[in-house]
Design a binder for this molecule. Structure first.
Ligand code: GTP
Ligand code: MG
Length: 365
């Protein structure tokens, strides 16, 4: 703390030449106004909704940023925007694409996306990539791999939300889908890496699920998770070019045989297998033709609509579960008790069930 006396000393010090002279304006008032205006551009939810409905990418991006925010005010605003957009959402086809790192997802999406925009479609590419918290989203780096699509005015590419839990990331992507649809995007592509549980989350938000593979050393089914095979509506063997064509065809037949061993799908759809070369844009129109056939079948037998309403119910329950969990673990009492309770359980001082009951009782007090 500077005493009054010391302050006076500073004021009258020979080093303070400007003491007593009013400081000139550092900024010109017009610049200040421009900056303030720029900062103010926190559009109201109504402005955002109007923007989205009229196809503004800026409004769409800002609204998605609100969805991704952890600030409760932003969340409330995001909810308002989503609510107003919902009646305009839903008119799209949602395609999930998964495959292990390096299989060619980004290259495929670039080729596929360009093919679709070439047909006059509007394509949004979103991602569910929980690892993006650490790596800042592979899709972001991917923007270089989606060079053409990024420049396409009928395409919108948004990296994965970063969040701590897969549930959180997935929910944000799920909500972003609705906004993209309200903004006029008719084809939504959701990319996910083929590791962990993220496929299940993506599967529960898309109409059609595509598994991208490459031919391996002959034993194609080695290491592939049964669950992922079961989810797939199509298996596409990528990199079918050059010396790889024969191997890719062999892989295709092997997957085809394997798929026939799975029980029939509720959709009535028999999963397909095909080969493609994303780099050469071979086999891309065939993938879209398959999706169209799938849509035709499932819209006729109503599965398309039933699945969408089931998915809505799934996300309702998922969100409740996620929020309850978050609130529980963030509760101050629980936070203060959790460590000691864990120790007590480890030391067999109390049973895990009794301990859980105690904590829950504290929470619901
Ligand atoms: N020969 C050939 N190479 C391909 C093809 N598609 C992709 N590649 C190459 O495979 C490598 C990986 O492609 P990406 O598109 O980045 O793969 P990804 O699945 O998005 O990878 P991650 O983002 O790491 O999960 C790149 O070097 C591509 O050039 C293809 O059809 N043929
Ligand atoms: Mg990629």
């Amino acid at each position: 703390m500077i005493s009054v006396l010391e302050k006076d000393k500073i004021k009258y010090s020979a080093l303070q030449e400007k003491a007593g002279i009013p400081a000139p304006e550092i900024f010109s008032p017009s610049v200040v106004k421009t900056i303030q205006k720029f900062r103010r551009i926190q559009p109201s939810s109504e402005e955002l909704v109007n923007g989205i409905l009229s196809g503004s990418i800026t409004a769409l991006s800002r609204a998605i940023t609100l969805i991704e925010s952890t600030n409760p005010d932003h969340l409330a605003k995001a909810n308002e925007v989503i609510k107003a957009c919902l009646p305009h959402a839903n008119k799209s086809v949602r395609v999930g694409i998964t495959g292990v790192p390096g299989v060619g997802k980004s290259t495929f999406i670039e080729a596929f996306g360009k093919y679709l925009t070439g047909m006059g479609k509007k394509v949004a590419v979103l991602a569910v990539d929980p690892s993006s918290t650490i790596s800042h989203g592979s899709i972001l780096g991917d923007k270089t791999r989606m060079e053409e699509l990024v420049k396409d005015k009928n395409a919108y590419i948004r990296p994965s939300a970063s969040g701590e839990t897969l549930g959180g990331v997935a929910r944000k992507t799920r909500e972003s889908i609705s906004l993209c649809e309200a903004c006029g995007f008719d084809t939504i592509i959701i990319e996910t890496v083929g590791v962990g549980q993220s496929e299940t989350a993506v599967h529960s938000m898309v109409d059609f699920f595509l598994l991208l593979k490459i031919s391996g050393a002959g034993d194609e089914l080695q290491g592939i998770k049964r669950g992922i095979m079961e989810m797939a509506d199509a298996i596409v063997i990528n990199k079918a070019d050059g010396d790889n064509i024969r191997k890719a065809k062999l892989a295709k037949s092997e997957f085809n045989r394997a798929l026939h061993l799975f029980p029939a799908k509720k959709s009535g759809w028999t999963p397909t297998t095909s080969t493609c070369s994303a780099i050469n844009q071979d086999g891309i129109p065939e993938v879209w033709a398959t999706i169209e056939k799938f849509l035709e079948l499932t819209k006729t037998n109503d599965y398309f609509y039933t699945k969408r309403s089931e998915q809505n119910e799934y996300w309702l329950m998922e969100t409740i579960n996620e929020q309850i969990k978050l609130r529980f673990y963030n509760h101050p009492t629980i936070q203060s008790l959790l460590d000691s309770t864990k120790k007590a359980v480890q030391n067999d001082e109390i049973s895990p069930f009794a301990a859980a009951q105690l904590l829950l009782k504290e929470y619901f007090k």
